[in-house]
Ligand binder design. Structure first.
Ligand code: ADP
Ligand code: MG
Length: 256
């Protein structure tokens, strides 16, 4: 677990200012949702936390340490994307294992010709397989490990993407609209699954959505964004009952 502290995060793409100095403290183990209309800067902010995008000013701290200079895999975070970003040619098991094979196997151990020769590689692979099996069991993917992503349903693909994040045992999960490619019924079901997963893992979740219902039902707190700044930060009921502005009220759907 780790708290995440964002301080004066600013970002422009060329002449376009996308984030105007974001301050946000996310507690250890919190489920915080960034919500707001399309284009308001949610993905950019979460990508900055992940280290996939560089901010122009400000700082990101995870677990009390500045991580601005760290590369994505050096931060204790894992990102789940809307598009799942699975490798189509690799099995479900290999997709989930990927972060571990990248970090635990030396480059030469990944070369096809040398694979069978190394006893050390076999030991590492057994450890990886055990970790993948544990995650797959939690996500009810055990029976699907040999399949390719194309042979899965949308919900199963989403679970594989979650599994690939979980296998690294990160302190912080970053999720960018992970349910938006699912049909309405499955989306409702997956909301419950994600909320349960959050409880079970005790990790910090930073969740991005443009769907106010998702934000209001899953989160400990919601940060409502618009045009690169946070309009209001609070619990779902605070936003609903005491919206800070008309814009918040309209987006959340508070009674007029
Ligand atoms: P959201 O996720 O809230 O929909 P984004 O963070 O994706 O918003 O985008 C915020 C703004 O930044 C948008 O106007 C978008 O067009 C712009 N933007 C995002 N990424 C880039 C990029 N790589 N280059 C130029 N503009 C970008
Ligand atoms: Mg986005």
């Amino acid at each position: 677990m780790a708290k995440v502290a964002l301080s004066s995060i600013a970002k422009s793409f060329g002449p376009t200012k996308v984030l105007g100095g974001i301050d946000l403290d996310i507690a250890d183990g919190e489920f915080l949702t960034l919500v707001g209309p399309s284009g308001c800067g949610k993905s950019t902010l979460i990508r900055i936390i992940a280290g996939l995008e560089h901010h122009d000013a400000g700082s990101v701290a995870i677990g009390g340490n500045r991580v601005d200079h760290l590369r994505p895999h050096e931060r204790r975070v894992a990102m789940v994307f809307q598009s799942y970003a699975l490798y189509p040619h690799m099995s479900v098991g290999a997709n989930i294992a990927l972060p571990l094979t990248m970090s635990r196997l030396k480059l030469w151990q990944r070369l096809p010709l040398l694979r069978q020769l190394s006893a050390q590689r076999r030991t590492v692979m057994r450890g990886i397989e055990a970790d993948v099996a544990a995650v797959a069991a939690q996500l009810q993917l055990d029976h699907l490990l040999q399949r390719k992503p194309a042979q899965l349903s949308g919900g199963q693909r989403q679970r594989v993407a979650l599994g690939r994040a979980m296998v690294r045992n990160p302190d912080v999960f970053l999720m960018d609209e992970p349910l938006s490619n699912l049909d309405a019924k499955l989306r409702v079901h997956m909301r419950t699954e994600l909320a349960e997963l959050h409880k079970r893992l005790g990790a910090t979740f930073i969740y991005v959505t443009h769907d106010q219902v998702e934000a209001m039902t899953m989160s400990d707190r919601v940060a409502m964004m618009d045009s690169g700044s946070v309009l209001q930060l609070g619990t779902p009921s605070q936003l609903y009952e005491k919206p800070a502005s008309l814009k918040v009220a309209q987006f959340i759907g508070s009674p007029a």
